[in-house]
Design a binder for this molecule. Structure first.
Ligand code: GLU
Length: 206
């Protein structure tokens, strides 16, 4: 018997904002090997929720590169741009829980602040209309990363109330990634260390 805990699902979730770069290829390989070594499934998700920054030709090129490198994923590729109804449903659920609030601040009003100062947290100030929706974060989140070790972040201080629905009407990556990982039954995430900092926000949202 192996002492390695079994996992059922890993994933690789590139953003088609350009061709697959070397760091992403490392994440693809790491997540694939991690899942396969445990006899698990490995899924592919195209994180194209940020429509203005994504291009179909980049998505096609990424898939072609992965294929050329010999990667084989399980099931169809899930594209985030097909999932807006699902994200909207989850946002409605969060509204009912009072876990999110409307924010009327413009970019220029909060520019320069290290984290969102919470201007609209207790209700929209007079004269402001809702532009975006933000998650109410609270407390510390800690987790163990298999490579980077124990991580701890005080969410209000380090991240602040993050945007889930943007002023341009697009859902934010932070919401999409959490909903998709849950819906796809992902139980082990292998990805770039640049996302270490976002992980506590995503755990809070989970
Ligand atoms: N789409 C993200 C990126 O390419 C990765 C998201 C994730 O692995 O959670 O940076």
């Amino acid at each position: 018997m192996s002492s390695v805990p079994s996992i059922s699902r890993g994933r690789f979730a590139p953003s088609p904002t350009g061709p697959l770069h070397f760091g992403s290829l490392v994440a693809a390989l790491g997540s694939c090997l991690e899942a396969r070594a445990r006899g698990g499934r490995w899924l592919l998700r195209m994180e194209d929720v940020d429509r203005p920054r994504c291009r179909q030709e980049h998505a096609d090129a990424i898939l072609a590169t992965l294929e050329a490198c010999g990667f084989e994923w399980d099931g169809p590729v899930l594209a985030q741009h097909t999932r807006n109804a699902r994200y909207a449903e989850i946002l409605e659920r969060l509204k009912k829980m009072d876990a999110v609030y409307p924010c009327g601040c413009t970019r220029s009003e909060i520019d320069g602040a290290p984290v969102y100062p919470g201007t609209c947290r207790a209700g929209l100030p007079p004269g402001k209309t809702a532009r975006a929706w933000r998650l109410r974060v609270a407390g510390d989140i800690a987790f163990d990363d298999a490579v980077q070790g124990r991580q701890r972040q005080n969410l209000p201080r380090a991240a602040g109330d993050c945007v889930l629905l943007r002023a341009d009407g697009l859902f934010a990556y932070q919401l999409a990634v959490v909903v998709d990982d849950a819906d796809q039954g992902i139980d082990h995430v292998v990805r770039g260390a640049d996302l270490l900092d976002s992980t506590p926000r995503q755990i809070c949202l989970q």
